[in-house]
Design a protein around this ligand. Structure first.
Ligand SMILES: [Zn+2]
Length: 144
């Protein structure tokens, strides 16, 4: 709180030292927020998943929760680059990476196949992410 000058990190609402326990910690930003800016939500933090393979929910401010939610479906995390030790340690992740590499190999054949109907091509379009072997979304981690 001292590093924030006893103000909410969201709206800058000042707080007296004797009331600072009413402020809530946001693990996403690493700062304290007033109860108007932090309703008490909890969320899985992308950084904890990438660095510790930890899916425990942490307290997050309203803005932090909205940022995390907006990132959930974005393929931003290349685990081979970000944390190869986790890939080595987590067999399900290693298997998923191998399946995606396999899927990436067959992808050009599926999309150019003249024999197959529109059903498979529509499915491929809807599930295009699995044909990208390296980039993962946070949502795909929690589904595995
Ligand atoms: Zn606030």
């Amino acid at each position: 709180m001292r590093s924030q000058s006893f103000r909410c990190a969201g709206c800058s609402l000042p707080v007296e030292v004797k009331y600072m326990k009413t402020f809530r910690f946001c693990a996403y930003f690493g700062k304290y927020f007033c109860t108007s800016c932090h309703a008490g939500s909890r969320a899985v933090l992308p950084a904890r998943v990438v660095h510790k393979w930890d899916f425990g929910e942490q307290p997050v401010s309203d803005f932090g929760a909205s940022v995390i939610a907006s990132l959930a479906d974005e393929p931003l995390f290349c685990m081979d680059d970000l944390n190869p030790a986790v890939v080595k340690r987590v067999s399900r992740l290693r298997q998923a990476l191998q399946w995606r590499r396999d899927a990436a190999v067959i992808f050009p054949f599926i999309v150019t196949c003249k024999e197959e109907g529109e059903g498979i091509k529509r499915w491929v379009q809807q599930n295009r992410q699995i044909f990208r072997p390296l980039e993962y979304q946070i949502r795909s981690f929690s589904a595995s």
